[in-house]
Ligand binder design. Structure first.
Ligand SMILES: NC(=O)c1ccc[n+]([C@@H]2O[C@H](COP(=O)([O-])OP(=O)(O)OC[C@H]3O[C@@H](n4cnc5c(N)ncnc54)[C@H](O)[C@@H]3O)[C@@H](O)[C@H]2O)c1
Ligand SMILES: [Zn+2]
Length: 704
């Protein structure tokens, strides 16, 4: 959690002994985190936590230089070769970039000052020219081309030895496999492979739907996709690429290109077919770097991909060579970061929000924390199943991510709590979804096979008001001309309309008083409302906004039952006799009309004068001759969805006589699982045998 800086003073032997202990502990922690991050693509902590520990270690080693060892994480590039991938030695090492800890303008000033000093420039010398680039948050890639043909793609690994991922990289469309004529015989292009945020969201959405594991961020998703043994998996996860430099290159004396600046090099790469970001810019001196940092920072949320900072590079390549390298990083470049998009905080509660379509979402109430520079107090947990999979409970330290303009989300619980992010202090019961909508008290249901819970009080629920009104008013429903989104917003927010029935209680003064509503439009709306009162049963049923009841189903229901009361009072079984109404739809209709609040609103609508012609139910058209009149039917075995009783009821309602034994007089035998001797008897006598689907078809056909 924020702000656990520990001051270290280099003085006594005792301090040194303590520092040695702390250094050991930090190195172990960093190595563990790095292994999870680089090898397994499954970080345990956000980058900000890693960076904080890294900086602590740097500070300690600076205070006690004698404790620095060559294997310290500060002295080498961390990373390993994944099992199953072939190790490859880089002909030019792939290094890290020094990160300026100061996230303010100080970072650019300090870098510029250092560069000028090391180049021996004085006050009178002009500003140094830099190239400023976004720092893409993906993974570094070295693409080796020989005679214009891609021969090897390798990850960074430990900087010296990376992984051969040519097979997966070939699936990335933005990476050319063949280059135009005229490129140097040896060309290594370096850049970042990454995943766009929308592709990442879609991937996680897909994983959620399958109940699979989700990724913390696009970087890990991209790294995981590239480091696959099976390229078919990579091909299903859209990746992109930006080039930002070169590795080995045919030297000028052997006919290779002689670039004088980094910028010119990038422009040439672009010409050869590599994507180069349009946000790569040259900058004169520190002040333009500061301006670039601010401008990219403002743009960050709108970019379609994650960046975790910007990179400044000295533009002149002869100067880059003069500046050279320290152990793990070049002296001519620096990374200047932005506030982290993933941070650790604590869950203080779990609330349930009801969306405008009635979907219930568990939302974590958080100890307020800055994420990507924005104060965040709530983060979505998506649904009950995701929450359970992530094992989130009140009191847990969690990782929260907020990127772009999307809603912040809880990525997961901190796996190894520490003093900065201690574990939940005591047992906390598992979260449960409420059985009643927290907004309106209607029943909450979850459909078979679905992950979402929903409120069934569509007509009444305040959370669903606007949606219900818009649906009700649309042309194919009640056709209330002039009742659009803006007006609905005003009516609901001003409190003059709560349910659809309130529409018919609006009067001229109330309407004429609304923003941008003259008397003429107010009159028109009242007229449209009046006109809409003369409706039809299918339109009205559709207008109620029952989940899964579209226009076609509304028509079927109206035809089948004839009256609204009959639909409202129908049992699930009766609803299921309507053609094309399956169990999920029947349930949804039944639950909707079982909510007293919904019924109340319907009663109010009728009292307001909404009317439609009603007719006899479809089965009654032939009432004199019920569809199965005079037929004798025998049931045997267990039907997949209908109980024996329900099947009997349906048959009798259709006029059939249900008998207990099969004879020559039997017209049909309906057989389910484990049928008894009745089935063999029927087969013996040549009586037609039907299953449940056959029975339904029979009833439906006869009912037409
Ligand atoms: N969360 C964890 O557990 C964990 C563990 C280890 C490392 N990390 C993170 O990894 C990073 C440290 O690793 P690092 O040493 O690889 O440094 P780095 O990733 O911060 O910087 C070097 C990398 O920047 C990338 N880059 C993006 N845009 C670039 C551009 N325009 N020009 C040049 N390079 C560009 C390259 O891939 C290059 O390898 C930190 O951000 C750290 O937080 C996190
Ligand atoms: Zn509700």
């Amino acid at each position: 959690m924020p702000g656990n800086k520990e001051p270290f003073l280099a003085s006594t032997q005792e301090d040194k002994a303590q520092a040695a202990i702390k250094i050991k502990e930090l190195r172990e922690r960093l190595e563990r985190w790095a292994r999870l991050y680089y090898v397994h693509d499954a970080p345990e902590v956000p980058d900000a936590e890693y960076d904080r520990a890294f900086q602590q270690l740097q500070a300690l080693e600076a205070a006690f230089p004698e404790l620095v060892t060559p294997d310290s994480p500060t002295q080498r590039v961390l990373g390993e070769v994944k099992q199953g991938l072939e190790p490859v030695r880089h002909s030019v090492p792939m290094l890290s970039i020094r990160t300026e800890t100061d996230t303010g303008p100080g970072a650019a000033l300090a870098f510029d000052a250092r560069v000028r000093r090391e180049l021996g420039l004085g006050e009178a010398d002009p500003p140094v020219e830099y190239v400023a680039e976004p720092k893409f948050d993906g993974l570094a890639m070295n693409l080796r081309y020989e005679h214009g043909r891609l021969v090897l793609a390798a990850t960074r690994g430990d900087g010296e030895v990376g992984e051969n991922v040519t097979h997966t990289v070939r699936t990335i469309r933005q990476i050319p496999l063949l280059l135009p004529a005229g490129v140097p015989p040896l060309l290594e292009v370096r850049g970042e492979v990454f995943m766009a945020r929308s592709d990442f969201d879609a991937l996680n959405e897909r994983q959620r739907a399958l109940g699979g594991k989700t990724f913390m961020n696009p970087r890990n998703a991209a790294a995981g996709a590239v480091r696959q043994l099976d390229a078919r998996i990579t091909a299903q996860r859209p990746l992109r690429f930006f080039a930002y430099g070169t590795g080995a290159l045919t030297p000028p004396e052997d006919g290779g290109p002689d670039f004088s600046t980094h910028y010119a090099l990038l422009q040439t790469l672009k010409k050869w077919g590599f994507p180069v970001s349009e946000h790569v810019k040259t900058a004169q001196g520190a002040s333009e770097l500061v301006a670039y940092h601010a401008a990219m920072g403002a743009l960050r949320a709108q970019l379609p991909y994650d960046i975790d900072g910007v990179v400044y590079k000295v533009n002149r390549l002869d100067w880059q060579r003069r500046l050279g390298f320290v152990t793990r990083e070049p002296r001519w470049a620096v990374a200047h970061k932005y506030p982290p998009q993933e941070v650790v905080t604590r869950v203080e509660g779990i609330d349930v929000q009801v969306g405008r379509t009635g979907r219930l979402t568990p939302v974590a109430r958080l100890a307020p924390v800055l994420v990507g520079g924005v104060m965040v107090t709530n983060a979505t947990l998506h649904n009950l199943f995701e929450l359970r999979r992530k094992k989130v409970r009140v009191g847990d330290p969690v990782i929260v991510r907020r990127a772009g303009d999307v809603i912040p989300e809880v990525v997961g619980v901190v796996a190894q709590p520490s003093s900065a992010a201690p574990a939940r202090p005591r047992y906390v019961p598992n979260f449960r979804m409420p059985r009643q909508c927290p907004v309106c008290g209607s029943a909450v249901v979850r459909e078979k096979g679905e992950t979402d819970h929903r409120c069934t009080g569509g007509l009444f629920c305040p959370a669903q008001r606007k949606q219900a009104l818009l649906h009700f008013a649309q042309r194919r429903a009640m056709d209330i001309e002039g009742l659009g989104e803006k007006l609905v917003d005003q009516l609901v927010e001003g409190g003059s309309v709560q349910t659809v029935a309130d529409l018919y209680r609006l009067d001229l003064p109330t309407l004429a008083n609304l923003d941008r509503m003259g008397e003429k439009s107010a009159r028109n709306l009242l007229e449209a409302l009046e006109k809409s009162k003369q409706s039809s049963l299918p339109r009205f049923v559709f207008a109620l906004g029952i989940r899964h009841v579209g226009e076609a189903t509304a028509k079927d229901l109206a035809r089948h039952f004839g009256s609204l009361d009959a639909i409202m009072d129908a049992s699930v079984e009766q609803l299921r006799t309507v053609p094309d109404v399956g169990p999920v739809v029947a349930h949804s209709i039944h639950m909707f009309f079982a909510q007293p609040h919904n019924r109340e609103v319907i009663a109010q609508l009728r009292a307001c004068g909404i009317r439609w012609p009603e007719g006899p139910p479809a089965s009654a058209h032939t009432a004199a001759v019920p569809p199965l009149a005079g037929k004798t039917v025998v049931l045997t075995g267990t039907l997949p969805t209908l109980s024996r009783e329900a099947a009997k009821e349906l048959l009798e309602a259709a006029g059939a006589k249900v008998s207990g034994s099969v004879s020559k007089k039997t017209d049909y035998v309906i057989a389910g699982a484990d049928p008894g001797s009745k089935l063999s008897k029927a087969q013996e006598l040549g009586v037609p045998v039907l299953d449940e689907a056959g029975l339904r078809a029979l009833l439906a056909a006869r009912a037409e």
